[in-house]
Write a protein that binds this ligand. Structure first.
Ligand SMILES: [Zn+2]
Ligand SMILES: [Zn+2]
Ligand SMILES: [Zn+2]
Length: 748
């Protein structure tokens, strides 16, 4: 009885301890916070407590060992034994053993009064219950321990992975400024390819425009925008891992991409862009503009600079938008500069040069001029960027059956001797070589070509004679290539004219191509990879002459280049006969294509039929027919169309050499002889080598007027000239005259 109570006590003790612990009543005191004496006391207390605990345990065990026997003894009938044996097995657990050891010290009294029996039965019942409880608790304990171990393991794993992650992060941060070898290389390449894009830097074509660093000679390129602006552009385009700070970006700029110098400007910069730059700079320096970047200024007046309608100023939403200026004293005097083409003479020869002219006026006039120039620059800017982007897309998405050919005429090479007689140097006996350059892109790689000729012809027939050997080689090496994309700049005398349209829609089909596109870059923005080839050839030739070689004729230049080993450029010779062959291919009665000046893409997949549009698009470049983007127009060149009633039919170059004009042609009245008939017209645009003329129609007013209807062409021409003579070089026109009249009427 006593033992049972004790055991009961111990269970209670356990429970109460847990409860108190759970309730936070047990305080933990750190041993080093106690004095020596207190510590000793505590230790003694613990010792006593644990001794008591051990004794209680011992008793408990003894009791457990003993109980079955006592039960056996109290219940001697076989049924009772069986019941106990069954019970022995069911809770199992090493507590109850099969043969309980006899405890000699313990001899319970064996009196069998009914009272006692009753008590023993109760005790037995209670014992059983407690044993089951204990068993349950033990099971729970084991389970909790297992769970605890599992959680500890998990915690440890989490801690380790966290540490690894932290370590990795530290490593990345440590490596970041250097970028890692692979990443650094990728970044460098990204910056180089971004800065050498044709819209971001312009290749200088001259043979002296080179720059050497660490014995590496490269053709110079000049930036078309300030580096800060390019940096912002680059970051907006690149994926995040390639983002760079401005300093890092500037450091990765290739050495041959330089800021433009003063002398670069007048060689071949785009005059339109440069003039707007000059005006914007002036307004910016006076605090009237917040920025001098042209692209930012254009964003102010259009909804979307990537939308052709907006940039063409025909979008209903934004076509009336203008850059807003703050309130200012608009009548104060100001001077500004503009590039202008002037021709000068030294008595024998005429030179066309770009000069900066200074203008005077009021701020208001300057602002008006700026708005007007910016407005007209929008479509030019759009065409330039769009054509460059399309060409890049074309090169990057080239397929197995396509070839891209980028072509350009290089400046003629004047043959030289190492020791030249004075007379030869100044006389007219120096021979020139025509060099046509091409870069071919296929899935198999890039190849450079230069075709040389002693014929100085640069017209479209010569172009095709120069292309012939390249296309022949291409068909032979890659017969699976059936689509040809040609890219060039767009001078009307060379590439952008009806004769070339006819040739491109016939000649390639003869040699097995099934589709041809010809894409023109925007005027003044056509410099590209082929220019580098021309420069390389001329440098090579100059070196040869300096070493004592003789290049008296173009043929010698070709032979010298061809015998040189290790050149990456393939050379071909084009003789005069092969050029003349193309003269016969062109029919006499080809009609001019309407709006030739604005065409930037010509597409042909059927002989003598072309589809043209104002900008290139390659969204369905693998299909046979062109996509419907940007309003394509299909024209059959052989069909004689009705009498041309377009606004500006003759887009042919003026017959008169322009050097005879002493001033900028823009706005001048001229007579254009077209199809041997005179037309009077006004020059709309003066683009380097060509002019765009807005013509009056002979078939119109003059022919319908009964007084002049029967006049001969000669009469009309004479009258035109008279009229032009009388109209003279009056300043301003109608508005100005009205102003003058008003001044006379009202002297104030
Ligand atoms: Zn431009
Ligand atoms: Zn718009
Ligand atoms: Zn398209």
């Amino acid at each position: 009885m006593f033992i049972l109570l004790l055991m009961n006590n111990s269970v209670h003790y356990c429970f109460s301890y847990r409860r108190r612990k759970h309730e936070g009543k047990i305080t933990y005191v750190k041993s080093d916070e106690l004095s020596e004496r207190e510590r000793n006391n505590l230790r003694n207390k613990w010792k006593a407590a644990s001794r008591g605990y051990r004794e209680r345990k011992k008793m408990e065990k003894a009791m457990l060992d003993l109980t079955p026997q006592s039960i056996e003894n109290t219940l001697p009938d076989p049924a009772g034994v069986e019941a106990v044996e069954g019970q022995q097995e069911s809770p199992g657990g090493g507590v109850v053993v099969d043969a309980p050891p006899q405890n000699e010290d313990f001899h319970p009294q064996m009196s069998s009064t009914p009272e006692r029996e009753d008590r023993e039965k109760k005790a037995e019942k209670r014992f059983k219950r407690l044993q089951a409880e204990k068993h349950e608790l033990r099971k729970l304990n084991i389970h909790l321990r297992k769970q605890l171990a599992k959680m500890r393991k998990e915690k440890e794993r989490a801690r380790k992975s966290e540490m690894r992650a932290k370590e990795r992060l530290r490593h990345i941060e440590r490596v970041k400024p250097k970028g890692g070898k692979k990443l650094a290389k990728e970044r460098k390449l990204a910056v180089v390819s971004f800065l050498t894009r044709d819209e971001n830097s312009r290749l200088l074509p001259g043979k002296k425009d080179t720059i050497t660093k660490n014995k590496i000679k490269e053709q110079r390129r000049i930036l078309t925008k300030p580096l800060t602006e390019l940096h912002v552009l680059d970051n907006s385009e690149m994926k995040k891992s390639l983002h760079l700070s401005y300093r890092q970006f500037a450091r990765r700029r290739p050495f041959y991409v330089t800021e433009p110098k003063a002398k670069d400007r007048d060689t071949c910069a785009c005059r339109d862009h440069e003039n707007v730059h000059l005006l914007a700079n002036k307004l910016y320096s006076r605090g009237l503009l917040k920025t001098k970047s042209i692209s930012e200024l254009l964003v102010m007046i259009v909804c979307d600079p990537k939308n052709k309608d907006c940039m063409d100023r025909v979008c209903a939403k934004c076509c009336f938008e203008e850059v807003e200026f703050p309130e200012t004293e608009s009548s104060s005097e100001v001077t500004w500069e503009q590039w202008k083409r002037v021709t000068s003479t030294n008595g024998e020869r005429m030179f066309g040069n770009m000069v900066k002219q200074i203008y005077n006026g009021t701020i208001k006039e300057l602002m008006e001029l700026f708005s007007q120039k910016l407005e007209s620059l929008a479509i030019h800017q759009f065409n330039w960027l769009h054509q460059a982007e399309q060409f890049r897309y074309l090169k990057q998405n080239i397929t197995e059956c396509e070839a891209v050919l980028h072509v350009d005429f290089s400046e003629n090479y004047a043959c030289k001797l190492s020791t030249e007689v004075q007379a030869f140097h100044f006389g007219g006996s120096r021979q020139q070589a025509t060099i046509h350059t091409a870069v071919l892109y296929t899935v198999h790689g890039t190849k450079s070509y230069a075709t040389l000729s002693d014929s100085l012809r640069h017209d479209e027939r010569a172009v095709w004679a120069h292309l012939e050997p390249i296309l022949g080689e291409l068909r032979e090496t890659f017969p699976q290539i059936t689509t040809l994309h040609i890219q060039s700049d767009g001078p009307v005398t060379q590439y952008r004219n009806k004769n070339n349209f006819y040739l491109l829609s016939t000649v390639p089909f003869l040699s097995g191509f099934t589709k041809v596109t010809w894409n023109f870059s925007e005027k003044s923005h056509g410099k590209g990879a082929p220019d580098g080839i021309g420069g390389a050839i001329k440098r090579e030739a100059d070196r040869f002459v300096q070493r004592g070689g003789e290049l008296q004729a173009p043929q010698q230049l070709y032979e010298m280049l061809n015998t040189r080993l290790g050149s990456s450029i393939t050379h071909y010779w084009v003789n005069r006969e092969s050029i003349e062959k193309y003269d016969e291919l062109i029919p006499d009665n080809l009609e001019a294509v309407k709006g030739t000046f604005k065409i930037h893409q010509v597409w042909s997949s059927q002989p003598s039929q072309i589809t043209h549009r104002t900008v290139s698009c390659f969204c369905r470049k693998t299909e046979r027919s062109p996509c419907p983007c940007y309003k394509p127009v299909t024209v059959d060149l052989r069909v004689k169309r009705t009498v041309c009633n377009t606004e500006n039919p003759p887009s042919s170059p003026p017959q008169q050499p322009r050097e005879q004009e002493n001033l900028d042609l823009c706005g001048k009245f001229v007579i254009v002889i077209y199809d041997e008939k005179p037309y009077v017209g006004q020059v709309l645009e003066d683009v380097g080598e060509e002019v765009q003329v807005n013509c009056m129609l002979q078939s119109g007013a003059v022919r319908q007027n009964p007084l002049t209807g029967r006049a001969s062409d000669k009469d009309i021409e004479i009258n035109f000239i008279k009229w032009l003579y009388l109209s003279g070089d009056r300043d301003g026109g109608r508005k100005e005259r009205m102003n003058k009249q008003q001044c006379i009427a009202d002297p104030n």
